[in-house]
Ligand binder design. Structure first.
Ligand code: AMP
Length: 369
């Protein structure tokens, strides 16, 4: 991670990826221009590193020059008309390839076209290392594109944020500064995760995702996912990791902009925990805590059998299935306690008592995060 002024940036594109892409662009351009000796025109400041590395990879003779566009000083108009600095060379009848570091809205490119219309070049080609299709609102053709990237602010490899970051040899992306609270609510079946989630999600304005609920919803609607999950759930076994992870990713994506999540019933395996970390990382966020509701087995069985009378859940009605689910929980999920403990994120909470009492205990942990 890199701090520039007030903002933080995370690694986005490595030196190696840039290197490979430059080689590809150099080869593409050289093979298309055949025997032409092009004049590469770098647009300063941002393109200095790109141009320097690119021309070293260009396999044929070429010329290199730089220009700079500067806004007219004191210009009152909202139209950002720019003037050109540094074009001293006669480009009449030459093949000119503009080397841009990044094209987003396309405003600079429009200026380049306007300015080069006056030069009697043979042909004008545009090559850009980075291109943001979502931000582009012009229709000039871009002949060579290195990376298509999302519309997020990047620095490094010549690109700056308020003067800083140009020297970095790889590309970094702005971290979204949204602060989320993400909690894994843990505990054996019948520990009261669902009940407590209902209170906590309102109190802390979080989105509650229960993987069990999502599976049951899918079963009710007879979706392909539901049919697949059912065969495992009926026996009290875990649904395969990849199916569960894909489903969870989708649920999180559907709630983009959430202030945080309560994950209930997920993760249940180490692979799921790692996938969850990756997902949170992609949101520039993290799991803040795993809070485990601790309840003895005997109490769990009694609670679940009681719930089975009204919940219509087949896996609650049968004592053997219940016992299997509890056993499955301890067998497969104990490893998660270690996973989060080693990151100092594990908090055990006594899950026996009144609902309000337990909510209070959980809130105490969350408030201290
Ligand atoms: P629950 O409602 O959390 O007790 O989950 C009911 C059933 O859904 C479990 O017994 C599993 O078959 C399935 N399930 C829920 N969450 C997961 C998960 N994270 N990984 C695998 N299977 C799950």
């Amino acid at each position: 991670m890199v701090q520039l002024h007030d903002l933080q940036f995370k690694p986005f594109i490595s030196e190696k990826e840039i290197d490979t892409t430059l080689q590809r662009m150099a080869n593409d351009i050289a093979s298309e221009l055949q025997d032409e000796v092009p004049v590469f025109v770098g647009i300063l400041n941002g393109s200095f590193m790109f141009v320097s590395d690119f021309v070293k990879k260009y396999p044929k003779p070429c010329e290199v020059t730089f220009i700079k566009l500067a806004s007219y000083e004191g210009l009152k108009s909202t139209e950002d008309i720019q003037r050109l600095i540094g074009l001293t060379q006669d480009l009449t009848d030459r093949t000119v390839v503009i080397l841009e570091d990044i094209i987003d809205s396309g405003n600079t490119l429009a200026e380049v076209y306007r300015i080069f219309k006056k030069e009697k070049v043979k042909q004008l080609k545009i090559a850009t290392l980075f291109f943001k299709p979502e931000a582009y609102n012009k229709d000039f053709k871009l002949h060579y594109v290195g990376f298509k990237i999302p519309n997020k602010f990047i620095v490094g490899y010549g690109l700056d944020y308020n003067g800083l970051g140009r020297h970095l040899s790889s590309i970094y992306q702005l971290m979204e500064t949204q602060h989320m609270t993400n909690i894994v609510l843990f505990g054996p079946p019948g520990a009261g995760k669902g009940t407590q989630s209902d209170f906590l999600k309102d109190k802390y304005n979080l989105v509650h995702i229960s993987t069990g609920d999502v599976f049951r919803f899918n079963i009710k609607n007879e979706t392909a996912l539901g049919m697949l999950a059912k065969s495992y759930m009926d026996k009290g076994e875990l649904v395969p990791d990849q199916v569960t992870i894909d489903m969870l990713n989708e649920e999180v994506e559907r709630n983009a902009g959430a202030k945080g999540f309560i994950f209930d019933g997920f993760p249940r395996t180490k692979a799921q925990a790692e996938a969850l970390d990756k997902l949170m990382d992609s949101k520039d966020s993290q799991i803040n805590a795993m809070i485990a509701l601790e309840v003895e087995d005997e109490i769990l069985v009694q609670r679940l059998l009681k719930r089975g009378k009204t919940s219509n859940r087949p896996d609650d009605a049968n004592e053997n299935v219940i016992k299997n689910r509890i056993a499955e929980y301890y067998k497969k999920t104990a490893i998660l306690k270690d996973y989060y403990s080693s990151q100092n994120k594990y908090f055990g909470v006594d899950g026996v008592g009144s609902i309000e009492e337990i909510t209070r205990r959980l809130s105490k942990v969350i408030d201290a995060l």
